[in-house]
Design a protein around this ligand. Sequence first.
Ligand code: NAD
Length: 494
Amino acid sequence: MTQLKKVQHFINNEFVDSLSGGTFETLNPATNKPIARVADGQPEDIDRAVKAARQAFDEGPWRKMSAKDRAKALRRIGDLIEKYADEIADVEIDDTGVPARMIKKGAIPRAAYNFHYFAEMTHRIGGESFPVDDKFINYSIRRPVGVAGLITPWNVPFMLETWKVAPCLAFGNTCILKPAEWSPLSADFLAHIIQEADLPPGVFNVVHGFGETAGAPLVAHPGVQVISFTGETTTGMEIMRNGAATLKRFSMELGGKSPTIVFEDADLSRALDGAIYQVYSLNGERCTAGSRLLLQKSIHDEFLGRLAERVASIRVGDPHDMATEVGPLIHPEHWQKVRGYMDVAREEGATIMVGGDRPSNLPEGNYFSPTLITNVRNEMRIAQEEIFGPVLVVIPFEDEAEAIRIANDVRYGLAGYVWTRDLQKGHRVAQAIESGMVWINSHNVRDLRMPFGGSKYSGIGREGDHYSLELYTELQAIHVALGTHHIPQLGMKG
Ligand code: NAD
C-alpha cells in the first residue's frame, strides 16, 4: 500500500498536527482515491494559530519592516511560485481536476503575479493631508488592521488564496488561511514556499479543516479583525452572523449566475468562442461563469446550432493532459448536485440538448459532460440558481430592453458579458446590468488594477489594488494645531 501524503497545519513557521491528532482524507477527483491525509483543524488549532499571528503582529518585525524589505519578501514568494510552477500545477490538478491548460497557463502564473503586483503596492500605503486655515494641519495614515482570517473555496484554490494572502501581507497584516477541505494541497505548498521565503514566524499560518469546525471558530475569534471570504452566498451569510459578536470587518466574494448577452449585430464567431469559454473553462466551476446565455431571437436558431456542435465536441478527460478542456468535478457530492439539476431541468420543462450526465467513456471519477439546456425561462430554478458545473442555459430575448430585464432578474450580480458591434449599445447595456463587473466583446480578462467583486447576493466590497488596501488597512485621522487657536474655556472663575 502506498503511503498517503501527510499534510499538516503551518503555525509559527512550523508544520504541526492538530492538537487532537485528527485527520481527514482528500480525494483525487479523477479517481476518487485518497491522495493525502490532512490535519483536521479544530477550535483549539485555530486558537493556536491566531495567538501566533497576534504575537507576530504585536511584537514581530513584519508591520514595522520598511516597505522595501516587505516588498522584497513578497517578491521572493512570487519568484518561488515561478520556480516551482510545474510542481504546484501537478498538485493543484490532482487536487481539483481543473485541466492543466488552465492551471499551467492561467492560475499559477497569476498566483506568482499576485505577489509581484502587491509587492509594489507596499510603497503605496499613503494618506491625505489637509491644511486648515493656516491654523491646523490634518492628515490621515493607514495602519494594518491586524490579524486576518482568509477563507477560500475549492474551485481555483491556489490563485484565490494568493489573491488574498499577497495584499493582506503587503499591507503589514498577519493571517490565518483556512483553505477549502476539498482542495487543501496547494495551500500546503504555499506554506512550504513561505517557509522557504523565510518570513518571520507567525506572519502566515494555515489551518486546514472543515467549515463548521475550523472556519467558524476563525470567524468568531476575538483576536481576528478582518475576514476575507470567498465561497457560496449562504456560507457568507452564516459567516456574517457569526462575526457580528466580535464586529468583524468583512469582504465577501460570493456566488454568481451571470448573463452572457449576444445581440444579432455581434461578431458571432467571437461571441461563440467567448460564450463557450466563459462557462465551460475551469469545468464550469467558476464564480464569474456566464452560465445564462441570452440570445437575440433573430440569431437564436443559427447560433444555437453552432453552439450545440461545439459543446458536444469539448474534450473531456484526464486533467493532466494538455489537450483536455473539461476535467472531473471536484467531488462526488458536487457531481450529484450538478446531476440533480438535470432532473430539475426536465421537471421544469426545459430540454437537455447536449450532455446531461457522465460521459459513457469515463466510468470513474467525477466527470460530467458539457451540457447545454434550451427551452428555458428565466424564472426556472436552472436559470436562477448557481449550478457551478459545465452547464449552460439558453434564453431568447426580443430586444435590448428585454435583454436587460432578463439579465437583472436574478438575485446574483457578479459579472456580465455583452457581445455587440454597436459600441453605444454595448456601453448602455453594460451600465444597465446590475453586477460588479461587465465585459464587452471580451471573455473574462482582468487587470489587477480593476476592482474585483460583486453586487446584490454576489458579495460585499471589492478587492484588488487600492480596494484591497482599504480592506486590509485602518484609516486614522490626526489633527494637529499649528498655533494657539482659541479653545473655549469651561470652569473658569470670575
Ligand atoms: P463554500 O461556501 O462551501 O466554502 C468556502 C469556504 O468556506 C471553505 O473553506 C469552507 O470550509 C468554508 N466554510 C464553510 N462553512 C463555513 C462557516 N460556517 N464558517 C466559516 N467558514 C466556512 O464554497 P465552495 O463550495 O468551496 O466554493 C464554491 C462557491 O464559491 C461558489 O458559490 C462560487 O461562486 C464561489 N466563488 C466565488 C468567487 C468570487 O470571487 N465571487 C470566486 C470563487 C468561488
